[in-house]
Each structure stands twice: as C-alpha cells, then as structure tokens.
Design a protein around this ligand. Structure first.
Ligand code: CMC
Length: 436
C-alpha cells in the first residue's frame, strides 16, 4: 500500500479504493470512481462554504490560523508592517520577490503616473445620487474601467495583464477618494503625483482650498501600515470571487468589480463598518455587559470578532491596535475606543468567546482609526478595497498562469422536485409561496 494514500471502503458495495494524498490533500475528482453501479455519477464531496476544500495551489500568502501567522511570499506580516510600504508590498505580492532599489523606484514612478482616470469616469461618478454608498460607487466605477481599456480583454498577453494590474492599483485610490468627496458634496481632487501613495490619497480625500496639501507623516505611515495589513489574505470570499470570475477569462476590471462586491458584505470587508455601528449603538462602557449578554443569547453578533481561519488571534489586529495609538496622538482619542477596549476585555475572559475561539479580527480596530480620520462608516469597506486590489490581482494572475485552471463550476446536490408535467395557469391553485 503506498504510504501517501487513503484506503477507502465503500460500505454500500464493499469495494475498496486507494486514493493518493499529495500536499495533505486528496483530489476531489478521485472520489468519482466510487460508484454503486455503472450508472452512478460517482461520489462527490459536499462543502457549500469551502470549509475544507482547497480551491487553488498558491504561493502568495501563508496563514496558520492556529498559530496566528500571516506571511506574504514568506515574509512575516509584522516585518512588512514595520519596514515596507504598500507599493513595495504590492510588488512583492505580484512578482513574488521584494524589488531591488532600481526596480522599486521604477515601479513607484510608473504607478504614480497611472493615478489619473478618464474624465468620463469622473462624470459617471458624478451621476450617482448624493447619498450613494461609496462602495457601490467603487464597485461600479471599477467595472466601468473595463470599457475604457478594451485591450484588457486580451488576458493571454502577459504585458497587457500587467498594465491593467498597474492601472488598477494606481487608480482605485482615486476612485475611492472621489466616492468620498461625492458623499460630502465636495469637488473631486485630482491626484498630486509629487506626493507618496498614501499622501496623495490623503490629499485627494481632504484637500480643500490650499494650493498644496501637506499630509501628516504619522497619518501617511499609519495608512501604509493599514494598507500592507489588508493587501492579501489568501482564499477569502472576495479573492475566491476574483479567481472564480477570472476563471471565465473575463478582463480583470470586471473580475475585480465582482471581488469588490464580495468585500462589500458585512461578514467580509463590511465588518469594520458594522463594528463602528455596533460601538455607537452600545455608546457607553456601562452598556457593554448587557450587549455581551445579547451576543451570548444569539440575538446579535459581536462584530469584529471571530475568523474562519484564525482560531488563536489575528496578527493584523495586534499591529492595528498599535497603529491606532499612533493615529490618536494626532487626531485625538476616539471616545468609542473605551467601549471597544471594554468589549475586548470582557469577551476575552468570557467562556462563550473563549470556548469558540473568538478573538478580535482585523476589523475590530481599523474602523476606529478610520473614524478618527473623520471618515464616514460607509467609507470603511472602501478603505479595505484600496489595498486589497494588490491581493486580488496577485490571486488573479496566479490563477491565469495556473495550468490546472479551468472555469470554476461547482457541483450541486439536487434536492428539488422530480420530473413533473406543466400545469396550465387556469388549473393552478393560489398558494402563499415564498421565494425558494
Ligand atoms: N459573535 C458571536 N458569536 C460568534 C461570532 C461573533 N462575531 N462569530 C462566530 N460566533 C459563534 C457562532 O455563532 C458559532 O457558535 P455556535 O457554535 O454556538 O453555533 C461559533 O461561534 C462558530 O462560528 P462560525 O459561524 O462557525 O464561524 P465562521 O468561521 O463560519 O465565521 C465569521 C467566521 C468571521 C464570519 C464570524 O466569526 C463572524 O460573523 N464574525 C463577525 C463578522 C466579522 O467580524 N467579520 C470580519 C472577518 S475578518 C475580515 C475579513 O477577512 O473579511
């Protein structure tokens, strides 16, 4: 019997099978040989939320959820947050190695010169209602970019692919800042290519009438750290969307619009927005115990707690907490911080959270920083989407180059009606139906 294999006996038939194990996994298609008879389709595995299904071979991001480890291309997130910049990290994610000095300078210079968008994109954004959610505006404007760069459809050309990656990384902050300006009724600010990546972003967000916006270096660095921490997180909901949509070989703008839509949801990138709403609802440290009781009674979730992968702690949350302290030195202390600290303290000691391995995740403190920057909560998922652009593109590029990639097409377990004859409308009875 080969050592790296799984012996399976089908108790329905008594038949025995040897299934190879490689990299700690069996190939799901190996199960198809397990049949009751020749007409049988073959055994499938059922995993609706991909709880135990590897959907890709990847060398981008490594996570050990039990030990709280996160690495990009092998480099620990703590070191990158300490030493790197977002654009350098984006290069690392895309190309697999840290750039040499000349490569880094060339990369940064090139990206800086892709920050402008076509004036018609601006007009498109201006057409949104005054109260449009900025994430909806971002999703739509990213999708719209595909119509401005029709050559992006030629995804088999590596140079064209890379050009779209550069454009997206450079332009998403512009779209994000304009979505914010729109929500405030402020004129859109064009990029200032003499500023650094995060300094330019702050300028596009906050510049009013000054001829030259001077970003606060502490806030610039805090944003670099936040962007590095959010740049990738392997096969999460939005990365999975990026790969899945990308597997149809559509252009990256369209694929990324789908990924960003995934990030919009309150269980993914929308969680930081939900955390702030929750903290505001609690409002006061004295109300924390009662809120925790509601969580334990299953009435509400403790937003910003828990993670599908991290069951020890989220290493990003620890770094963000330090970043928050630096930001509050500049902006003043966010009064909701005390509510957050009390919530964290109680939850970390409570049996309900301890036994379920629920710890603060990246979103628990990031929202407090964004609020200190005076951003409306609706902008929080947008702040997540800006740096995740690099991760989505790295995942997309890896998928495109993967010789095993085929169009994503999961199976289903059909549990609906068996064949039945069509009934003319006059012969049907009225029933209270709910959409199923
Ligand atoms: N508050 C209260 N109970 C929770 C929470 C929470 N935040 N998260 C999980 N649980 C409970 C859950 O009810 C279940 O309890 P029981 O075993 O009694 O049924 C148990 O813990 C296991 O939870 P699960 O739903 O199986 O965990 P999951 O891996 O499916 O969900 C999660 C992960 C992140 C969706 C979930 O923890 C959650 O909804 N958290 C709040 C939203 C949030 O903060 N999301 C941001 C995730 S990090 C940023 C990102 O990558 O997008």
């Amino acid at each position: 019997m080969p050592a790296d294999s799984l012996s399976v006996t089908d108790n329905r038939t008594g038949a025995a099978y040897e299934i190879p194990i490689a990299d700690g996994a069996i190939r799901a298609t190996e199960l198809r040989q397990i049949k009751v008879d020749e007409d049988d389709f073959g055994l499938m595995s059922y995993d609706p939320a991909f709880l135990n299904t590897a959907s890709a071979r990847s060398s981008i991001t490594f996570i050990d959820g039990d030990r709280g480890i996160l690495r990009y291309r092998g480099y620990p997130i703590e070191q990158l947050a300490e030493e790197s910049t977002y654009l350098e990290t984006a290069y690392l994610l895309l190309f697999g190695e840290l750039p040499a000095r000349d490569e880094l300078d060339g990369w940064v210079d090139e990206l800086v010169h892709h920050t402008f968008v076509h004036e018609n994109v601006k007009r498109l954004m201006e057409a949104f209602r005054y109260d449009a959610h900025p994430m909806g505006m971002l999703v739509s404007s990213v999708a719209a970019l595909s119509t401005f760069y029709p050559e992006a459809a030629r995804i088999d050309d590596p140079e064209i692919r890379l050009m779209q990656a550069k454009r997206l990384i450079a332009k998403v902050p512009t779209l994000a800042a304009w979505a914010y300006r729109h929500s405030r009724g402020l004129p859109y600010v064009y990029p200032d290519n003499d500023l650094g990546f995060t300094g330019n972003f702050l300028s596009m967000m906050f510049r009013i009438a000054e001829p030259r916006y001077t970003p606060d270096p502490v806030l610039e660095r805090a944003l670099e750290v936040l962007f590095i921490l959010h740049a990738d997180h392997e096969q999460n909901c939005s990365a999975n969307a990026m790969r899945s949509i990308g597997s149809s070989r559509v252009d990256p703008y369209s694929a990324m619009a789908g990924a960003a839509a995934g990030l919009y949801g309150p269980l993914h990138g929308g969680a930081n927005e939900a955390v702030l709403r929750m903290l505001a609802e609690i409002g006061d440290v004295r109300s924390v115990p009662a809120y925790v009781e509601r969580v334990k009674a299953g009435e509400v979730l403790l937003m910003g707690f828990g993670h599908r992968i991290y069951k020890n702690y989220d290493p990003r949350a620890r770094i963000i907490k330090e970043t928050a302290d630096a930001v509050f030195e500049v902006t003043g202390r966010n009064p909701l911080l005390d509510v957050a600290l009390e919530l964290e303290k109680i939850a970390l000691e409570d049996e309900y959270f301890v036994s379920r391995k629920l710890y603060p995740n990246v979103d628990f403190y990031s929202g407090l920083i964004y609020e200190a920057l005076d951003l409306p909560t609706a902008m929080f998922p947008v702040m997540f989407a800006i740096p995740r652009t690099a991760g989505w593109l790295a995942q997309w590029l890896e998928g495109i180059d993967d010789p095993e990639q085929k169009i994503a097409r999961p199976r289903q377990l059909y549990v609906g009606a068996d064949e039945r004859d069509y009934v003319p409308v006059e012969d049907r009875v009225t029933r209270e139906l709910v959409a199923v």
